[in-house]
Design a protein around this ligand. Sequence first.
Ligand SMILES: [Zn+2]
Ligand SMILES: [Zn+2]
Length: 184
Amino acid sequence: MEHAHLAARCRAWNADRAHQVAAGKARARAFTPAHQAAAGLASYAAFSARFRADHGSPPLNGDWVRRYVAPDQIRGPLGAALPAPLQAIIFAGWCAGIPYGIAYWFDDPDALDLRAVPVGSLFDPDVAAHQWVAREPGWAMCALCYLAAICPACLPAGADNAILCRLPQVVCAGHCQGVTPCMR
Ligand SMILES: [Zn+2]
Ligand SMILES: [Zn+2]
């Protein structure tokens, strides 16, 4: 009886162990290609998101931007440095799924006749129609289209800056005194 009992336990043990080994091998077979594919996609996503941010190109996927890009990795045309508040606004727009490159934020008005005016255009005659929300001092972002604007009283040098001179000007609450458009 005792011997039979022991033999049964051994059989059960070995059967269970063999089953686990087989299961482990099956898992390894099933997981390795899937895992490699996932790792490949993640590294492609990280590369694509960072490369595009570095060139100011439209992101392929807002989720990739959120995961793999830091705001200070976003650069302007030909790798030009951008002000940190503008990087933060562009980052917020990309994460929210705005499918445009940095030209969306400071398109060249002289080039506008060559293409359609961008959605939520900076050059919309009615700048006040945007919902300008104050961000860093002197900076505003439209809560709807994520365009950026600066307060000319906070950033008086903006008119002489190659990047800032392309942004619309919206007076901040501190400098507002009845002037429109005004940041909220
Ligand atoms: Zn807007
Ligand atoms: Zn101001």
